[in-house]
Design a protein. Structure first.
Length: 260
């Protein structure tokens, strides 16, 4: 079941969760060792594709790009790194060329903002995006995708408003397609999730593809002109709705503020 879940993730969440799946709790590093995070921030107008790696993508996999440097752009300094969170494995694998990329297209115009969030960037207005995969070593199978994007502040505010509107009208669900791979998202429901960012929106949905169904929790937070996007699912096939751990959200926002 777990391998089937990993395969179907390409259609469920095309651009993000493979990195998180690759570093889920079943890939706990040997004692005294830590994984070597791979990948780097993208140039403006491009996307760091860590979260777009394929099913084979796991920390240290062949073909991964060089480890991100701690110094660099504000966005690079904002991204989570291995060692930032005790009990979590953080991956920034290079992209598997077999994985779909780009922005998924919704079959319902009103739901396009929710489809966009599943893509390489939170939406096309993002100037630059850095993606990370976060695997819990505390909760079996919990995988979280974390990204930070830079925006014009007005565009960041508009994104939060569009997402709130879409969550309100897309409860019956929608289909999103990227590179001829489709995922169906049903039961879109607003979720009560507190953050200390400037503003946020959170929701849950049931995602289905290739005969596999997964519960997903999403959180999008604006901090000034930065947008943090967090997405959680359980790769073991558990029917329980996962939740983005608050300690992951808090640490990510802390790094965004410290990088200013």
């Amino acid at each position: 079941m777990r391998m089937k879940t990993r395969t179907a993730t390409a259609a469920l969440l095309p651009a993000l969760l493979f990195a998180a799946v690759g570093c889920s709790s079943t890939h706990t590093p040997a004692p005294g060792k830590s994984p070597d995070p791979k990948g780097s921030a993208s140039a403006p107008g491009q996307t760091a594709s860590a979260g777009s790696s394929g099913a084979a993508g796991s920390p240290g996999s062949p073909g991964s790009s060089a480890a991100p440097k701690r110094a660099g752009s504000r966005l690079e300094r904002s991204a989570l790194e291995q060692g930032d969170l005790a009990g979590y494995q953080i991956s920034a694998d290079g992209k598997n060329p077999a994985a779909p990329d780009g922005q998924p297209q919704s079959d319902r115009k009103a739901c396009q903002p929710l489809a966009d969030v599943m893509g390489d960037e939170p939406d096309p207005a993002a100037r630059e995006t850095v993606n990370r995969g976060v695997g819990s070593q505390k909760q079996m199978g919990l995988a979280v995708s974390a990204s930070v994007s830079s925006y014009a502040e007005s565009d960041a505010k508009a994104l939060i408003n569009r997402l709130r509107d879409a969550v309100a009208v897309c409860g019956m669900g929608f289909t999103a397609t990227v590179e001829k791979q489709s995922g169906i998202y049903r039961d879109v429901k607003a979720a009560d999730y507190k953050t200390d960012g400037d503003e946020s929106v959170s929701w849950t949905t049931t995602a289905s593809a290739e005969g596999v169904t997964a519960q997903v929790h999403l959180v999008v937070v604006r901090q000034g002109d930065s947008v943090v996007r967090l997405m959680a699912l359980n790769v073991t096939g558990s029917r329980q709705t996962p939740q983005v751990p608050h300690e992951v959200t808090d640490k990510q926002l802390q790094k965004v503020r410290a990088a200013r």
